[in-house]
Write a protein that binds this ligand. Structure first.
Ligand code: FES
Length: 157
């Protein structure tokens, strides 16, 4: 059994500790907002937070999450106080960022992790933080605009 805290809830998973965390999240915990993209930690679709850090869950063994806090896109809103919607999610909606949408939960998780440590990132800092999240639909300009809006809201909060 591997114990993790998933979106604020402590759970025990009866799974191989070497299983990719992504599989545990999707196939055992049944939270399918986090996507399988490349399976090699290169595209960012599987991004979740491990103790607040953006990580690639497809190349992270479940054992690395033992006794730690995992946040997925399903729980991101709960990290933003009592509103239930994270400023990044609000900005994504306002800017109509997604096209096909496949990469977008990973994009939002990376953006939220960036803003948690840098509430007013420059274009270069956004570029550096987001370069590991690939979007085959090319939504990058809207992603950048949304991050800037979310940063503004974070500053107001
Ligand atoms: Fe389609 Fe990014 S919105 S891959």
């Amino acid at each position: 059994m591997v114990k993790i805290t998933l979106n604020g809830e402590q759970i025990s998973l009866d799974a191989d500790p070497q299983m990719p965390l992504l599989y545990a999240i999707r196939d055992i915990a049944q939270l399918t907002g986090t996507k399988f993209g490349c399976g090699m930690g290169l595209c960012g679709a599987c991004t979740v937070h491990l103790d607040g850090q953006a990580i690639r869950s497809c190349v992270t063994p479940l054992s690395a999450a033992a006794d730690k806090k995992i946040t997925t896109i399903e729980g991101l809103g709960n990290t933003a106080g009592d509103k239930g919607v994270h400023p990044v999610q609000e900005a994504w909606i306002d800017h109509k960022v997604p096209q096909c949408g496949y990469c977008q939960s990973g994009q939002m998780m990376s953006a939220a992790a960036l803003l948690a440590t840098n509430s007013s990132p420059s274009d270069d800092e956004i570029e550096a933080a987001m370069q590991g999240n690939i979007c085959r639909c090319g939504t990058y300009p809207r992603i950048r605009s949304a991050i800037k809006q979310a940063a503004g809201k974070a500053e107001e909060a």
